[in-house]
Write a protein that binds this ligand. Structure first.
Ligand SMILES: Cc1ncc(COP(=O)(O)O)c(C=O)c1O
Length: 270
């Protein structure tokens, strides 16, 4: 709306992140206004620690950069470690707004309801922009969201269990098919490196090949940014039986391929 430009950075929350952030800030003219964070992340499933957030908040305070944190997957986690909020860091409230969605926690995608918390001035600005755009969500959706938020949290545990079970089935069955999928600690996605023999294709061509040859639809990593082209995103949106079926198709396909080398042209897969 106001002509902002997005600059991508590698998203893994480690020491390289801070170096990349500093580089991006130094080499951007005009200076960046805000840093957008999304952990647990779609598509990478990376999770952030409080120590990481501490570093980021310190840096952004020093450089007068706002933090916009997308915490949509806060409740979809599979270990004992609960994903933290950046607002847990002292001083974060001065520069941060954090967004949450009902979509994932309560399986309400498309209902278009969530909430934002954080710095009063930023929330006031957001409220004003929002008031120009719409008049508020359809009342039954607001009532449903209220019921979900005030209701028992057991439903959230049920949602987590569904995704955790699907994740385990996916990692195990695709692993047996010959494709090692790193096990995501959170979110409803796995972020998988393209198998070596197809790496030269890049994510878009590999995704097309998979759908043609196996009927399995994945999201090409490049669709999420320039750093994603050696990955594809697998979504845990099908039931366990369908995931196993997908893995069987992938296995047949991989077994039909020469096992070594980077020289498989697309047509050779037919
Ligand atoms: C990281 C992230 N943020 C926000 C959203 C959107 O949430 P909503 O359905 O509330 O617009 C998604 C949905 O895919 C998401 O993956």
């Amino acid at each position: 709306m106001s002509g902002g430009v997005v600059r991508s950075m590698p998203a893994e929350p480690d020491e390289n992140f801070m170096r990349a952030l500093d580089r991006a800030v130094r080499h951007s003219i005009p200076k960046p206004i805000a840093l957008i964070l999304n952990y647990p992340a779609n598509p990478t499933a990376y999770t952030a620690s409080l120590d990481f957030y501490k570093e980021v908040v310190k840096y952004c305070r020093e450089h007068s950069i706002f933090i916009l944190s997308d915490l949509a997957y806060s409740e979809i986690y599979f270990d004992d470690e609960v994903p933290p909020s950046v607002l847990q860091i002292d001083g974060a409230m001065d520069i941060t707004v954090e967004f949450t969605s009902m979509s994932k926690t309560y399986s309400m995608p498309g209902w278009r309801v969530g909430f934002a918390v954080g710095n009063e001035r930023l929330i006031a600005a957001l409220t004003r922009v929002k008031s120009y755009l719409d008049y508020g969500a359809f009342t039954p959706i607001q009532v449903a969201a209220t019921a979900a938020l005030n209701g028992s949290d057991s439903v959230i545990e049920d949602v987590r269990t569904v995704y955790r079970d699907r994740r385990d089935v996916m990692v195990e069955s695709f692993g047996r098919a010959g494709w090692t999928i790193p096990s995501p600690k959170a979110t409803m996605f796995a972020w998988a490196p393209i198998p070596d023999q197809f790496a030269h294709l890049g994510s878009l061509e590999f995704a097309k090949l998979l759908i043609q040859e196996t009927g399995v639809a994945v999201a090409p990593g490049v669709g999420f940014g320039e750093y994603g082209d050696q990955y594809i995103r697998l979504a845990l949106v099908e039931n366990e039986q369908r995931i196993r079926q997908a893995a069987r198709n992938v296995k047949k396909f991989l077994q039909s391929q020469p096992s070594h080398g980077n020289v498989v042209p697309i047509t050779a897969a037919k």
